[in-house]
Write a protein that binds this ligand. Structure first.
Ligand code: HEC
Length: 174
């Protein structure tokens, strides 16, 4: 009976952090002092321009769609997207022929043309159904550039003739 009580007391005195290796390992807590650094603080300021991963999706699109941005988007689209969606985005590609159930759609479909730019950005960032994510291959600016290029491709197939430049109108117009 006496021995039983001793064991209970031993177990009760044992806190979970005594056994958690992460709790035990040597580390600096927030606001701790550390004389290794000149300012005496353990906490470091992240390099300028650092963005936490979870804030990435909130990054605003570029303010201006410049020829340079479109050229970047064109380059990235041809490398990352054309294999499946086709170079003009019409969904005609070698891969598309082999993806029987959910083939890459034409980006000129009515529904996809109606998607807001942010939705296309999200599709590239997170992937969509059988489409893998491209956030590992394209950084944020490259993804927005690709979105801008997708928009340019869509416009190229749907511009009302009246809005086309004169020389194009003369070539294809009545
Ligand atoms: C491996 C082939 C593949 C590649 C590469 C690919 N996609 Fe896709 N994409 C798909 C498939 C498949 C779907 C349809 C998925 C579904 O409906 O389940 C799709 C869907 C989409 C959609 C429609 C999403 C929606 O809301 O319906 C957009 C927009 C899109 N892709 C853009 C892109 C862009 C931009 C790139 C390049 C960064 C790209 N895709 C690269 C296969 C691909």
């Amino acid at each position: 009976m006496k021995r039983g009580i001793t064991i209970v007391l031993l177990v009760a005195g044992c806190h979970p952090q005594d056994i958690d290796p992460l709790e035990q390992q040597p580390k600096y807590k927030p606001y701790a002092a550390n004389d290794f650094f000149a300012d005496g603080r353990a906490m470091r300021t992240p390099p300028e321009g650092t963005v936490p991963r979870e804030r990435e999706l909130d990054l605003a699109p570029p303010k201006e769609i410049t020829p340079a941005l479109l050229a970047l988007g064109h380059e990235k689209f041809d490398v990352a997207c054309a294999v499946c969606h086709g170079r003009v985005g019409d969904g005609k590609s070698m891969i598309a022929g082999k993806m029987g159930l959910a083939p890459p759609p034409s980006l000129h479909e009515e529904r996809i043309r109606a998607l807001p730019a942010a939705a296309i950005f999200r599709t590239i960032t997170e992937g969509y159904g059988l489409m893998p994510r491209y956030s590992t291959m394209l950084d944020v600016r490259e993804r927005w550039a690709t979105v801008a290029y997708v928009r340019a491709l869509q416009l190229s197939q749907h511009l009302p003739l009246g809005e086309a430049p004169d020389d194009v109108r003369q070539k294809v117009g009545p």
